[in-house]
Design a protein around this ligand. Structure first.
Ligand code: KIV
Ligand code: ZN
Length: 503
């Protein structure tokens, strides 16, 4: 079995995709989950991009112990200095430098000749190597670069000290056969390639990112760059869970394995979706709600007779909770902890206490608390307790042919704030009341509401995207058995994140 390294770029390439930005606490929480998942390398960000990016790469480098932590850098001294400054405290630091090598990028973007690109690679990879032993070099737009020139670029990078060479299909243009042929060519023509890792970084513009990554493994790639839920620039990157489960399920074919704890896949996917507010499509492979559901009678009959008739993977292997035991209002903290442990969640006493407080509030309103409800409470535990403002109470008067009014009471530290407003609907009135009492100019960009479980007493999860006066987008989420309350909580959560990031 070949050992394939998993390089996760959820916090860099993934975070670059619209609607997926995360604040510092969220990035650290996600990085910790990636560590539990067992990824080999976490690309924590692009340190030079902004002071906030630098701060979060540094914080992740200090928080993570097992994984290598990388920061991206252009082939520019200032970028490399910033990257090194951000990762140098990591147990295993890496600098990831990149430079475009396709004719179109060199001519129109870089305005550099081939010779200039070759010498810049030697100079800047060498400079990065003088700071850090673990250096990755990426030839941006490699799949559209001229192969002979590309091989020279990688040979230079290796001679200057690169320990991993990455082959990005930056615009998602390549086919699986082309990726495999390119890797085969590079293995034959790049000097020193036997001593380094060969990585691929495939984008999904034509829906082939996972297939391209797998074909590259067949040809000799030893590292795959991917993201949880496949988030990333435009159509995204290769999806981590799909690459990993393809290798796991078809090890007979690929003869390759990863260090991923597959039972953490579902939790990682849920956490990311909860943080970003970006829903997982129901038919998404591995982690979508329908990925293990059987609707047709013929399929159901087959699965009852023998699960393998229609199931090639076991849902427990990706960490989908199996335990159907429900909790209710008489369940205590001990039963809640048991349930959480059976679902794979290990909470500290303090975290358990936070979840228990809301669990009790739910149990007063809802007869049966299912695994999905408990999971939603765990994923929302930070949201409800972070930030300055907490919803204390609200009264909404809504209907047809009457003014819709909302009275909101917020607790901000020791202060109680209250206001009442009229709006076109109960939520419009509530959001106006909050904006006015906080004196904030906030635009509601999008709003969605999902039922966490089926049934009449389903818990509603509201997700809002707010645009602050800084022009940035903030995601807020809220959970309640009452959909107006979950919406107000989501709005307050978004505001808390906005004020948090301004501090
Ligand atoms: O898509 C790409 O080429 C990248 C590189 C910076 C690795 O993200
Ligand atoms: Zn990319």
């Amino acid at each position: 079995m070949k050992r394939i390294k998993i390089f996760d770029t959820t916090l860099r390439d993934g975070e670059q995709s619209p609607g997926c930005s995360m604040n510092l606490k969220e990035k650290i929480e996600m990085a910790r989950q990636l560590e539990k998942l067992g990824v080999d390398i976490i690309e924590a960000g692009f340190a030079i991009a902004s002071p906030m990016d630098h701060k979060s790469v540094k914080a992740i480098a200090e928080a993570v112990e097992q994984c290598t932590v990388a920061s991206l850098a252009r082939c520019v001294k200032g970028d490399i200095d910033a990257a090194w400054d951000a990762v140098k405290e990591a147990k295993h630091p890496r600098i990831h430098v990149f430079l475009a090598t396709s004719d179109i990028h060199m001519e129109y973007k870089l305005q550099m000749t081939r010779e200039q690109v070759l010498s810049r690679i030697t100079e800047m990879v060498g400079y990065a190597k003088s700071l850090c032993t673990d250096i990755e070099f990426s030839a941006e737009d490699a799949s559209r670069s001229e192969w002979e020139f590309l091989a020279r670029c990688y040979s230079n990078a290796i001679a200057a000290g690169a320990t991993t060479i990455n082959v990005p299909d930056t615009v998602g243009y390549a086919t699986p056969q082309e990726m495999a042929d390119l890797i085969t060519y590079l293995k034959e023509h790049v000097e020193g390639i036997d001593g380094v890792d060969i990585s691929v970084h495939c984008h999904n513009d034509l829906g082939m990112a996972v297939a391209n990554s797998l074909a590259s493994i067949g040809a000799g790639a030893t590292q795959i760059e991917c993201t949880v839920n496949g988030i990333g620039e435009r159509a995204g990157n290769a999806s981590l869970e799909e690459v990993v489960m393809a290798l796991h399920t078809r090890r007979d074919f690929y003869q390759a394995e990863t260090g991923i704890n597959t039972r953490q896949i579902y939790r990682s996917s849920k956490l990311l979706s909860n943080i970003t507010g970006v829903a997982i499509p129901p038919s998404k492979a591995i982690v979508g709600a329908n990925a293990f559901a059987h609707e047709s009678g013929i399929h159901q009959h087959g699965v009852i007779a023998n699960a393998q008739t229609y199931e090639i993977m076991n849902s427990a292997d990706v960490g989908i909770p199996q335990n159907t035991m429900v909790l209710g209002k008489h369940s205590g903290k001990h039963a809640l902890r048991e349930k959480l442990v059976s679902m794979g969640y290990e909470l500290t006493d303090e975290e358990l206490e936070q979840v228990f407080v809301r669990f009790k509030a739910f149990a007063d309103k809802k007869k049966n608390i299912t695994g999905s409800d408990v999971e939603a409470l765990v994923l929302h535990r930070h949201n409800q307790f972070i930030g300055q403002c907490q919803l204390a109470s609200h009264v909404v008067n809504a209907g047809h042919g009457v003014p819709n009014t909302s009275y909101i009471r917020l607790q901000r530290g020791d202060e109680i704030l209250e206001d009442v407003a009229i709006g076109t609907g109960p939520l419009d009135a509530s959001f106006k009341a909050i904006n006015r009492m906080l004196g904030m100019d906030i635009k509601l960009e999008s709003f969605s509401l999902n039922a966490v479980t089926d049934g009449e007493d389903a818990v509603g999860e509201a997700i809002v995207k707010l645009i602050g006066s800084d022009g940035r987008s903030y995601t807020g989420t809220g959970l309640s058995t009452d959909i107006i309350e979950s919406s107000i909580r989501a709005y307050v959560n978004g505001i808390n994140k906005m004020t948090d990031s301004a501090e």
